[in-house]
Design a protein around this ligand. Sequence first.
Ligand SMILES: Nc1ncnc2c1ncn2[C@@H]1O[C@H](COP(=O)(O)OP(=O)(O)OP(=O)(O)O)[C@@H](O)[C@H]1O
Length: 324
Amino acid sequence: MIELNNINKSYKIAKRQAGIWNATKALFKKETVLVNALVDVSFTIRKGEIVGYIGPNGAGKSSTIKVMSGILTPDSGECLINGLTPWKDRQEHVRNIGVVFGQRSQLWWEVPVIDSFELLRDIYKLDQRAYKITLNDLSDQLMLGDLLETPVRQLSLGQRMRCELAASLLHQPSILFLDEPTIGLDAQSKLAVRNFIKQLNQSSQTTVILTTHDMQDIEALTERVLLIGNGHVLLDGSLTELKHQSIQSQTIVAQAQSGSWENQKGITLKNQIGHTYHFDYDFNRLSATEAIQIIAQHLDIYSATINQPTTDELVLNLYKEYQL
Ligand SMILES: Nc1ncnc2c1ncn2[C@@H]1O[C@H](COP(=O)(O)OP(=O)(O)OP(=O)(O)O)[C@@H](O)[C@H]1O
């Protein structure tokens, strides 16, 4: 169980202006500005959930992950993860969590992957037999094979990410924090990472908190999404709930031979070019089938398609709505 209550974190950063005179002035008098990275961030995540943590650049996602993993101490607020406060009970807490930062490696660059794994085994003081079993399982699932003997710097990004996932799970944590785990990966590697995360969650009930800008990750993996912007948690719900929040209508494109149309309750004709009609319908009032049935009562339609907004479009709408 993860519980955050009114977590606040601000960073003081030096304000620098261009020019030699300003640089000289800054030597004597430093001007600083306060960036409020997290403002009263509160949420609860139950065991076994996969939660997508989304928001635009600079929203506060990584800062939240750092607080939850114990790397960052907040200015105020409470965070309890499996009964422990991450930044106070660090040693005990790190046994319960695995962390993967897509943009940073936890593996030693110059040595074979297996050497980093053995170092982690020592750090976590893992029993040799249990370690071997977990390593074999992870190696099978992530198809590590020869990669284990390869120096990290020789791995492709996709190969390295599979090794990073294995490294974060050697001590069998009950919670996994993933910060942009698919960044820069090709389609096949993204799919492999997503499938692995899904299977892990299903087989071990591992709680997963996933930050990403890739909405396909969100669609593939998460039932619940938290939206953060300017340090505030703005929304907490399923993708469907986000959809209802971000758009009120959907488009139906119909081809019709003949007929006449007057706007009906919940359906508006946006435009007509020849035999092609674009309708907006209010999906809070009508289902797509009902809307098409009503259109068919007035027009002699021979085809109809529903234009579904992509998750990217939904999220962009939300960012616009919250002026992020
Ligand atoms: N070490 C730091 N020092 C100063 N400011 C920081 C530091 N880390 C983060 N910030 C600022 O805090 C805010 C939140 O940053 P954070 O990295 O948590 O956002 P994010 O949502 O993870 O962004 P991105 O999607 O770009 O990774 C930003 O304004 C950022 O500039």
